[in-house]
Design a protein around this ligand. Sequence first.
Ligand SMILES: NC(=O)c1ccc[n+]([C@@H]2O[C@H](COP(=O)([O-])OP(=O)(O)OC[C@H]3O[C@@H](n4cnc5c(N)ncnc54)[C@H](OP(=O)(O)O)[C@@H]3O)[C@@H](O)[C@H]2O)c1
Length: 329
Amino acid sequence: MTFSAMVANASDGAIVLSREEVGDDFLGDGEVTIEVHYSSANYKDALAITPRGGVVRQYPIVPGIDLAGEVVASDDEAFAPGDQVIAHGYELGVSRNGGFAELARVPADWVVKLDGLSTRDAAAIGTAGFTAALSVRALLDNGLTPDDGAVLVTGATGGVGGIAIDILGGLGFEVIASTGKTDADDLLAELGADEVIGRLPEDPEAKPRPLTSARWAGAVDSVGGASLAYILSAIGYGGVVAASGLTGGPGVPTTVMPFILRAVSLLGIDSVNLPIEHRREIWAQLGGELRPRHLSALTDVAPITDAEQVLRSIQDGTHRGRTVFAVEF
Ligand SMILES: NC(=O)c1ccc[n+]([C@@H]2O[C@H](COP(=O)([O-])OP(=O)(O)OC[C@H]3O[C@@H](n4cnc5c(N)ncnc54)[C@H](OP(=O)(O)O)[C@@H]3O)[C@@H](O)[C@H]2O)c1
């Protein structure tokens, strides 16, 4: 049996993504074989085709940390042919072949059966939206309510940021969107942002202060770096910050002052190795009370053969929102 896949190959210090016909040896071990309908473009997929991107050790690999589609064969009684499912994270697209292919085989305990979401909407949410939902869930579980005050969302035009704005707006929070793009106000307002501000700190040259005037009750941050340090200094008493990303860098030049003088909580968010039971609960909520309301405003659909071009736009910072890949060759 052969099937089509977009395969990343490394040579001469460059990584090229191109269509290939591959065989059974490209399917990993596992109980569930999935005909992939949709994948999507995530920051990590862009890193997978970046030389020294740090997420893939061995090429060739089929990228795609998200895959949504239909079960075509299963050795596990929890799944049957015809089931509509999503799988994301774990080793997909980084140390085993991922979603940029017509077929994938995965362990049953990586698979989530979809309830109330189409495979296309599930891919539009994908790892980014799942991480946004995990972040919002973490704020709620730590007691944050709309009465506490405004919530900041950074990387606002990105996948995590955009869907976080959408979910928070739907829950009745006042949302402040921080973006580096000057022409995104209309999109961000449509998603649910009450105010749009620039990247943080507003003055990157100013000497960082351990604490500054309280501006927000909580934050969903996928930027990290100096931005996260500034946010921690400007969160109000008892506030909560969910941190998931590092587009602004991995180092966070902060002090203990926000924690010991304002009782601020910094909550770590990981979508990759989250145990499957918790993962299935969050997906059920994404089809229900945490369902993003404006996915279509945030999402483009592109053929999988455009994957390299789309991932390059993430690398150069011009991409916005979510791109779903239709896996048809
Ligand atoms: N912890 C997890 O499990 C998990 C899961 C998913 C993603 N992540 C991480 O979260 C981050 C965002 O992922 P994503 O999928 O949302 O990526 P994305 O769609 O590419 O969005 C990233 C956004 O970050 C902002 N940005 C880009 N470069 C920046 C810079 N130098 N400084 C500050 N902001 C910058 C941009 O928003 P604006 O132009 O609007 O500012 C961009 O749209 C990545 O670091 C990713 O690795 C982590």
